[in-house]
Design a protein around this ligand. Structure first.
Ligand code: C5P
Length: 219
């Protein structure tokens, strides 16, 4: 079995950026599991499948025709041969993703596909249930978190760079609502694995977090 490092945590804690940088530094593969839920949601929208039709959504998830292209580290993604990189990041698809992610049959349909990413020399797996469900035997599990206020501030900056002026207080409310939904759902709720190391990034820079994770791995 190839090595695996799991990085779970709430939205906006920096998992995506950190996972990519750690994978690059180690020369390991990267699994963005949230992208699979987003792609399932996008496929449903494109095919006109209702977001509460659990068995149809599970079938779609099981047959998902996805290609991840790593280019310059940023990585593009194709769904059924069509560009999906920008579209899966929209608020609309994100909302739909969180709905399909609450369906047990969809989660089951994506399980093996996620495990298939585990290949030599190793895998960095980014998500919500990487350490608790998908790679329960991972030797190092990280729970990456940051205060809701800090996550809202980071999102605000990110949006401003993209030319979107959102209010900080409404972003904070959205983040708190999403945290509650992720932690309270009945399947794969967002909790740290018993053997996870929790890292609070509220007052850490990105390079500091990457350094701490690589140091933990070298132990
Ligand atoms: O991390 P990201 O925002 O891309 O995740 C999209 C959606 O998929 C989120 O609503 C999250 O709850 C869900 N998700 C999940 N399990 C994962 C990764 C993401 O339920 N392992």
């Amino acid at each position: 079995q190839a090595a695996v490092l799991t990085i779970d945590g709430p939205g906006g804690a920096g998992k995506g950026t950190i996972s990519r940088l750690v994978a690059e530094r180690l020369g390991w593969h990267l699994l963005d599991s949230g992208a699979l839920y987003r792609l399932t949601a996008l496929a449903a929208i494109r095919h006109g499948v209702a977001l509460d039709d659990e068995s149809a959504l599970a079938r779609l998830a099981g047959e998902l025709d996805v290609v991840f292209l790593a280019e310059g580290g940023e990585g593009r993604v194709l769904l059924e041969g069509q560009e999906a990189t920008g579209e899966i990041r929209t608020e609309h698809v994100g909302d739909a993703a969180s709905r399909v992610a609450s369906l047990p049959e969809v989660r089951a349909a994506l399980l093996q596909r996620q495990r298939d990413f585990r290949q030599a020399p190793g895998l960095v797996a980014d998500g919500r249930d990487m350490g608790t469900v998908v790679f329960r035997d991972a030797p190092l599990k990280i729970f990456l978190t940051a205060s809701a206020e800090e996550r809202a501030r980071r999102r605000h900056l990110q949006l401003r760079e993209a030319g979107v002026d959102a209010s900080l207080s409404s972003l904070l409310k959205e983040i708190q609502a999403r945290d509650a939904r992720d932690m309270q759902r009945s399947v794969a709720p967002l909790v740290p694995a018993d053997d996870a190391v929790t890292l609070d990034t509220t007052s850490l820079t990105i390079p500091e977090v990457v350094d701490r994770l690589t140091a933990l791995l070298a132990r």
